[in-house]
Design a protein around this ligand. Structure first.
Ligand code: ATP
Length: 293
């Protein structure tokens, strides 16, 4: 019954994005090299005016033939909904989320965005509409400004500051010797885990995708930083369909829906209140965690 306890060894930085992908597939470039079957079909379409309705219909997937990690998963995620996946390590939370941007293709069933099978959508268009915030921040040697604007080269100075402000980074940047022009990366100022998280959140405000995947950090941030980051993340998820890969129960209470995943698939789902009242797996985990808090 201690499956939800994780050592606090895991990182502190939330990270975004494709150069590294989400946890199970850390090197995007490696993936596109090794997964030649993920490619556009000849008549692939662009996504337009994305609402962000997502459906998993009878989704089956395994990394290796004969060993399914997911079997017959059905999920209907509404536009703007925040849905959090919880469950033991290895249950498949990350895997579920990685199928949406097609880091891997389903082996059975299908996933749709606004009714379109993701395999019918141009890969570039699909991924342009999905933002990923996760633990390892991809930073390059350059200024803070360049790192925030990453992926949105037409961003104005005002938009960059606005993104920084919404990611609770503004004060931090103003205190740096060269402000937005401060160099970060190997030869520049070293950012802490929490600062990197905020930078990746700022990037997402600029990217402004209708669909968001948050791979929650199991970090050892101080309470104040943690609260500021949670606040920014919650603001970021407003108006976007958001899939949260949750490692702690405490941060997902306000999700519209919590999906408990275990080795058999989706064990139960509902709001925090509903699941606590149901007295199932979630409610037991919740009791255990609150006793240890
Ligand atoms: P955690 O909370 O520890 O991140 P999770 O619920 O997100 O776990 P996944 O990372 O989706 O679980 O892993 C589900 C299963 O798939 C595990 O058995 C894992 O070992 C396996 N797995 C994950 N990534 C790969 C991969 N790239 N190749 C082969 N097997 C993988």
């Amino acid at each position: 019954s201690n499956i939800f306890f994780r050592p606090i060894e895991k990182i502190n930085a939330v990270i975004e994005s494709y150069p590294k992908g989400i946890a199970g597939f850390k090197r995007y470039t490696e993936i596109i090299d090794t997964e030649p079957d993920i490619a556009d079909v000849p008549d692939a379409v662009e996504l337009n005016n994305v609402k962000g309705n997502i459906r998993f219909e009878g989704v089956t997937f395994g990394y290796e033939p004969g060993r399914d990690i997911l079997s017959q998963i059905d999920l209907n995620i509404q536009s703007g909904e925040t849905i959090a996946f919880v469950g033991p390590s290895g249950a498949g939370k990350t895997t579920i989320c990685s199928l949406l941007p097609r880091f891997y293709d389903v082996t059975g069933g299908r996933i749709t965005v606004d009714g379109l099978d993701v395999r019918q959508i141009k890969l570039e268009s699909l991924r342009k509409h999905i933002g990923i915030v996760q633990q390892d921040v991809f930073l390059f040697a350059g200024t803070i400004r360049e790192n925030i604007a990453y992926g949105n080269l037409s961003a104005t100075e005002e938009q960059i500051w606005e993104a920084a402000r919404r990611a609770s980074m503004e004060d931090l940047i103003r205190k740096l010797p060269d402000g937005m022009d401060t160099m970060i990366g190997e030869r520049g100022v070293k950012l802490s885990g929490g600062q990197k998280q905020r930078l990746s959140i700022a990037r997402m405000f600029l990217k402004n995708p209708p669909i968001l995947i948050l791979d929650e950090a199991t970090s050892a941030l101080d309470t104040e930083t943690e609260a500021a980051i949670q606040q920014s993340l919650s603001e970021l998820s407003q108006g976007r369909t958001t899939l949260v890969i949750a490692h702690r129960l405490s941060t997902i209470r306000n999700a519209d829906r919590i999906v408990v995943v275990n080795e058999h698939g989706i064990a139960e789902q509902g709001s925090h209140r509903e699941l606590v009242a149901a007295g199932g797996i979630y409610s037991r985990l919740h009791n255990v965690q609150t006793q240890h808090a």
